[in-house]
Each structure stands twice: as C-alpha cells, then as structure tokens.
Design a protein around this ligand. Structure first.
Ligand code: HAM
Length: 445
C-alpha cells in the first residue's frame, strides 16, 4: 500500500478534524538518508560554521556559493567514472531539455567549474575560496552517513608550492583546535605521487595483485582492472589481508614527489602538528596528485573520516581551464557536530536574555510593548501569548535560560512600576517603568 491514499474528506469537517484525518491516512516522512537539523542543535551548527568562516578569512579565503546542481559531466570528469560516487551514488536526472544534471556529491568539482567559468585565474594568481552547503550521495545510511549531508570546504588555486599544502592543513587544524575537538581526532598524511611516478606504481601494484585476483572480493576483482588503488582501501577482511604486503606508493614516489612530501612533513613538524604517515590513503575521488590527508576519529564507529583533502594539480586543466595547481579539503559537518557534542555536551541551546511576564488584566499590552522595545535594542526576549499563571511563566523563563524576568503586574503598573527578577539568584526588585530602558542597556552589555 502506497503512502498516498485517495482522501474523501467531507468539507463539513473542521480544519482540525481534516488535519487529523490527513495525518492518520498519510503519514508524512522525510526521504531516507535525509534529516532535519532542528532548532535545538542549530546554535551549535552556527557556532561551528561561524568559527570556520572566521578562521578561513584570517587565512585570506573568501566564501563562494555555487549551485547545488551541475551538468553530470562535471562530476564524472572530475571525480572519475570508475569511482563509487560516480558509478552508483549520484542523484542524476534528465532535465526538461534532455541534459543530464546531478545534485552535487561534493563541492570541489563545482568550485573548479566556477573558477574556470568566471575566469578567476585572470583576476589574481592565487584564489582562496571556501564554501558550506549540502551534498548528495546515494549511500547506505547509518550513523554519520547520510544521503543529504553538509560539508564545509576550502580550495586554494594557483600554486604548486608545498607551503600551500601545509597552510591548508594548518588552517584546517587551527579550526578544529578552535572548536576544541583535536583530542578526538588524528591527522593521516600520504602522497599519491604524480603523472611521473603513479603509473609505474599502479603497474607494480597490479603485478602484485593479479596472481591473487581470485582471492579478492568481487568488487576488488573488478577494481583490479579499472581502479586498482581502491583495493588498498577495501574494508573486506580478505582484501585487507592481501593488500597488507602490497607495494606502497610511498616507496615508489619520484624525487620531486618525495621532496614535496618532505616539505609538508617538515612544515607540520615545525608547528608541532602530529600526523601519521598512512600509505593506504587512496581517497574515493580520482583527481588527487601528491599530498592527500584525512582527519580520522575512533569515536564514530565505521564513519571514521571527519574531513579529507589533498592536492589536485590536473583538475582545472582537465575541466578546460588553464593549467592551475590546487589543493583543498572538505569537512563532514554531521560527523564534526557529533564529535563536538562529545566535547561540549551542553551550552548550545537556544536561549533568551530576558522574559517578560504579565499578570492580571490590561498588562499584556504593556508587556508586549516592552518586548518590542527590548528586541529593537538587540536584546532577545520572549513572552507568553496566552494568560498563564506567574509560576508557569517563570518556569518557561527558566527553561529559556533568561537572565531576568520582567514581571508586569496590575497593581505595580498602576504605581508606574514593574518587578525585575534575577533568574539566577531569584532576587526581585521593583523599578520605575522608565528605568526598564536602562535595564535593557545593562542587558545589552
Ligand atoms: P570526501 O572524502 O568524499 O572528499 O568527503 C569529505 C568528508 O565529507 C568526509 O571526510 C566525511 O566527513 C564527509 N562525508 C562524505 N560522505 C558523507 C556522507 N554520506 N554522510 C556524511 N558525511 C559524509 C571530498 O568531498 C572532497 N571534495 C574533499 C576535497 C576538497 N579535496 C580537495 N578539496
């Protein structure tokens, strides 16, 4: 039975009855793998996003906003046709004009497209761009893995200098330090070589794996032909066992790639950023050259990558721009939020500065005026809509974390006064109505 049932709703039913019936027959729900971010957690999201923006700006990055859809071809050519993302995870549709378009599975390809299309390379040698937004991948949903998820990312265009790699990693680490999650994470670093050394490494790897082909999982048997490096990242026990003794990319880097990696390592060491060299980082996207890195955690079960990135010196040219080296990263927001909740469990609830309570007749209008005046001065206040007991109103003030409750009572109002209750100490004092303005000044400081 589908969730949509034909409804026979009598027009005589009251709106509430109609609503109840609609809800009973047609249960509304979100699409699997997509979730709401509710007001309870939005302050934490804002805090994390604002911290990222503030820190990235210190490093000279500016925000870019790109569309959530691109021509499918942009992603296929960037991420690689034999990657899991392009093979089976993209949300692709045929547009009304027959063109194939795709909801972005990541941000880098779109940023590169925007960089080329808007000739940003002509405006300055270096471009530093950051972005935040929703990405879409049709993966099997589980904790920390969604079909609609948010990323914060940064991309630096225009230099091959390893200092750019270090700067990108240092900026990412500084941000993670600022939001206090570094005790739960580790930085893993590697190099995937370049067009000089990777092809011969691939050959070596295939030569090692080919005699063991039948022992690999079905997926890796296919990968051996199309994307052998991905075998190093397979989670299947038998593949892990086989690839344990496979030749390592790090032992097969050419001189230039080796020097580049040494520079990045030195620079991180200079700033006492601890890293683990992990030659098995292969990344699920094909555009990388040289430096690759991942921020991992042991706190989130299988979804252990909180952020990832690296250098992609060929992508701008591949998509039709001038040869432009680049390096960047993206952070998975949901995973970062889960980590942040472990470190700072409370203190991110939405609260107000003051609560305006009213008791008795003809007080609501004055209370409503106070609320307006406070808000106009940038102070957040709440008040009750319906007449409720003072006890109920103060309970609500407490729940909202109000520092003060301004109690507008009939008898006090007649004397030109209101009561101000300090919600922390429960002490109360009466003040003249014209002093309420001074209270708002006090609250705004
Ligand atoms: P990625 O490794 O595919 O790289 O994704 C980056 C991060 O996004 C992951 O480490 C993870 O935290 C988060 N993420 C990925 N898939 C999901 C999912 N289904 N649910 C929740 N979180 C997820 C990229 O996207 C590259 N664009 C990174 C980059 C930027 N490289 C250079 N510049």
């Amino acid at each position: 039975m589908g969730i949509f049932q034909p409804l026979e709703l009598s027009t005589n039913l009251s709106p509430f009855n109609r609503c109840d019936r609609i809800q009973a027959v047609m249960k509304v729900r979100s699409i699997r793998g997509f979730k709401d971010i509710l007001p309870d957690s939005i302050k934490r999201w804002h805090y994390i996003e604002d911290s990222a923006g503030n820190i990235f700006e210190l490093y000279g990055f500016s925000e870019i906003r790109i569309p959530v859809v691109e021509f499918t071809d942009i992603f296929a050519r960037s991420i690689g046709t034999s990657t899991d993302i392009v093979e089976k995870e993209m949300y692709s549709f045929t547009d009304r004009d027959g063109s194939s378009i795709t909801l972005r599975p990541e941000g880098t390809a779109g940023v590169v497209r925007a960089y080329i299309e808007n000739s940003l390379y002509a405006k300055s040698t270096i471009s530093k761009l950051y972005y935040m937004g929703m990405m879409f991948r049709h993966e099997r949903p589980q904790k920390g893995r969604y079909r609609g998820f948010y990323q914060i990312g940064a991309e630096l265009f225009g230099t091959k200098d390893p200092y750019a790699d270090s700067e990108i990693i240092l900026m990412l680490w500084r941000f993670l330090e600022k939001i206090e999650v570094t005790s739960l994470i580790r930085l893993e670093l590697s190099s995937l070589g370049d067009e000089n050394c990777r092809p011969s490494y691939k050959q070596k790897l295939v030569k090692y794996l080919r005699p063991l082909k039948n022992e690999l999982c079905e997926n890796c048997q296919r990968r051996l032909e199309v994307n052998p490096l991905r075998i190093l990242d397979c989670k299947e026990k038998k593949c892990k066992e086989i690839s344990k003794d496979a030749p390592s990319m790090l032992d097969n880097l050419c001189d230039n790639c080796n020097k580049h990696l040494d520079h990045v390592k030195d620079s991180l060491e200079n700033f006492s950023i601890k890293y683990i060299l992990n030659p098995r980082i292969v990344r699920g996207l094909d555009y990388y050259t040289r430096t690759v890195f991942e921020i991992k955690t042991d706190e989130l079960g299988a979804q252990n990558a909180v952020a990832a990135g690296g250098r992609y010196d060929g992508l701008v040219e591949e998509l039709g721009g001038p040869p432009t080296p680049a390096v960047g990263f993206s952070i998975g927001m949901e995973r970062l939020v889960l980590l942040h909740e472990k470190i700072v469990p409370v203190g991110f609830q939405k609260g107000v500065d003051a609560f305006i309570a009213f008791i008795g007749k003809d007080t609501k209008k004055t209370a409503f005026q106070f609320a307006y005046d406070f808000r106009k001065q940038g102070i957040s206040v709440e008040m009750e809509y319906e007449n409720k007991s003072l006890k109920t109103q103060l309970k609500k003030a407490d729940k909202l974390g109000a520092k003060y409750a301004i109690i507008v009572g009939e008898e006090e109002l007649a004397r030109g006064k209101v009561k101000v209750r300090n919600m922390g100490s429960s002490s109360e004092e009466e003040i003249n109505i014209d002093k309420v303005k001074q209270l708002s000044i006090k609250l705004s400081n």
